[in-house]
Structure formats: structure tokens, C-alpha cells
Design a protein around this ligand. Structure first.
Ligand code: BEZ
Ligand code: FE
Length: 287
């Protein structure tokens, strides 16, 4: 076949990719062709606009390295990460709701004992975090693996600092105790702009959007026989809760970080300045 035009090209390409032997590859390829062709038909780009799109995607790829994943940022800011999350986590049946993983998770974070301070020497208001991990039927998940990570009080993650300025900090792996409980000390995180010095930042600006995320603490929690939970707890009252750049906020994940005057904290620690406390009980779906 030859001599394709605006009205015949889509069917020709769909037919060609239909030769894929893997049925899932065939299904996805056909959908990609149909939807991309429909997009082009709808916006009718000029040749210059088409080259601008190619350059944008090229710059997005070139921005990626072992510390920066610009394609995930693109997915996050276009709401695709949250759409994939929604499709894969049907309404929660009593489990804690999920949200985006984000680009700042580090595999195998530093192991810590319950009660440790995971941000020693960092500036910021002390934050005492405690909580529990249980199955949706209420059974405590003894020994659950609780990974946490968050930004500093300027809104930066450790991995955004130049190599080895702070090392890995404000992140840890804990193992819940015999009652499925955990607690630790850290500093209260701040709201922050997602990395916006690349093509995704240019896109946000062109779309009239800000790059900010409301302050939050990330949790990834695993226990045998249960679905892994990837979520955050957001600081109630944050100014960006209704305009998160990556659409990740859910009401059930917004929680008070309660302010206390200097004194004795719940774990018996004496604190010489005001501190904050977050308590959150996580529930995991069975597999
Ligand atoms: C984060 O919360 O760490 C994050 C999520 C999506 C994009 C950028 C950052
Ligand atoms: Fe984050």
C-alpha cells in the first residue's frame, strides 16, 4: 500500500502494528497509533510546532541521569502517574490511600532503630513521628518494613545536594515492633518546588502553572502477604494542598503536625524548643 493521506494513514499504521505476535504489545501499539494520530488531527501542528515537540522530548531524555528522571516528572505533572496509580489501586476497602512515589526514593535506605533521629545536625523544627501498621482486618503487621523520606526545611532532599554534602539523611528504613508500631525523630519538612530547571519547568511556565508540592513525609510500607503501600502524609494547612504540581493530594492523607512547646516528648525525650508531632496509622490490603 502507498499514497496515504490524512484519511487513510491511521488505518494503514494500525494494520501494520497488528502483526505483533504478543497480543498486549499489539493492543498497546494500536492504541498508541490511534490516540497519537487523533491528537495530531485535533491540534493540526505546523511543521515548526512538530519540531518543537520533538526537541522538547529530546531535551527531556537528555536531562535524565542517575539522579534526575525528567520523564517521570513529565508523567507526574501531566497527571499520568496519578492516573496509573488510580487504575492500579481501586477504592481502598479500608486500606490507606496511595499516591505518587516521586523521584527521590533511594533503594535500600539506611537502616535505623526505632526511636532514632534520622536527621542529626539538620536545621529545622524537631518532628516526632509515630504510628502503626496493620492489615485492613486490624491485625498488627509485626516487623513491617517502613521506609520514610522527606525534604529539609528549605524544601530539598538529600539527593538534590551536591555529591556527599549531607550523605543520605532525612530517610530511613525501620522495622515495626511486636505490636506493628514505629517511632522516630526527624525535622519538619517544608513545601518545595519540583525540579523546574529543565523542559518540565519550561512546560509548567508555558502552561501558567507553579511547580510547588505541599509539605509531606513519604512512606513505603511492606509486609508479607500484603500489597506494598506507597504514600505520603501531607501537612494540614499547607498552602499548596489544592494545587499540588503532581496532583497527589488526597484528603485522607492530610494530617495535623501538632505543635508542642519545649518539654518532654511522648517517648520521654526532653526537647529544649518547640517541636511537632505526627501520628498516623497505616492499613495495608491483603495480597
Ligand atoms: C516527591 O514528592 O518527592 C515528588 C513527586 C513527584 C515529582 C517530584 C517530586
Ligand atoms: Fe516528596
Amino acid at each position: 500500500m502507498r499514497n496515504f493521506n490524512e484519511f487513510t494513514i491511521t488505518d494503514a499504521v494500525v494494520e501494520r502494528v497488528g502483526n505483533a505476535s504478543d497480543p498486549r504489545i499489539r493492543e498497546i501499539s494500536e492504541a498508541v497509533v490511534r490516540h497519537l494520530h487523533a491528537l495530531v488531527r485535533e491540534v493540526r501542528p505546523t511543521q515548526d510546532e512538530w519540531m518543537a515537540a520533538v526537541n522538547f522530548l529530546t531535551r527531556t531524555g537528555q536531562m535524565c541521569n542517575d539522579k534526575r528522571q525528567e520523564f517521570i516528572l513529565l508523567s507526574d505533572t501531566l497527571g499520568i502517574s496519578m492516573l496509573v496509580d488510580a487504575i492500579n489501586h481501586e477504592q481502598s476497602k479500608g486500606a490507606t490511600e496511595t499516591t505518587v512515589l516521586g523521584p527521590f526514593y533511594v533503594e535500600s535506605p539506611p537502616e535505623h532503630e526505632l526511636g532514632d533521629n534520622i536527621s542529626p545536625g539538620m536545621e529545622g523544627a524537631p518532628l516526632f513521628v509515630s504510628g502503626s501498621v496493620s492489615s485492613t482486618d486490624g491485625a498488627p503487621l509485626v516487623g513491617a518494613v517502613v521506609d520514610v523520606w522527606h525534604s529539609d526545611d528549605d524544601g530539598y532532599y538529600d539527593v538534590q545536594q551536591p555529591d556527599d554534602v549531607e550523605g543520605l539523611t532525612m530517610r530511613a528504613r525501620f522495622h515495626a515492633d511486636g505490636n506493628g508500631r514505629f517511632h522516630f525523630w526527624t525535622i519538619k519538612p517544608a513545601a518545595y518546588p519540583i525540579p523546574h530547571d529543565g523542559p518540565v519547568g519550561d512546560m509548567l511556565e508555558a502552561q501558567g502553572r507553579h511547580p510547588w508540592r505541599p509539605a509531606h513525609v513519604h512512606f513505603m510500607i511492606s509486609a508479607p502477604g500484603h500489597e506494598r503501600l506507597v504514600t505520603h502524609v501531607f501537612v494540614a494547612g499547607d498552602q499548596y494542598l489544592d494545587s499540588d504540581a503532581v496532583f497527589g493530594v488526597k484528603d485522607s492523607l492530610i494530617h495535623d503536625f501538632v505543635e508542642h512547646p519545649a518539654g518532654t516528648a511522648p517517648d520521654g525525650t526532653t526537647v529544649d524548643r518547640r517541636y511537632f508531632e505526627l501520628t498516623y496509622d497505616f492499613k495495608l490490603n491483603k495480597d
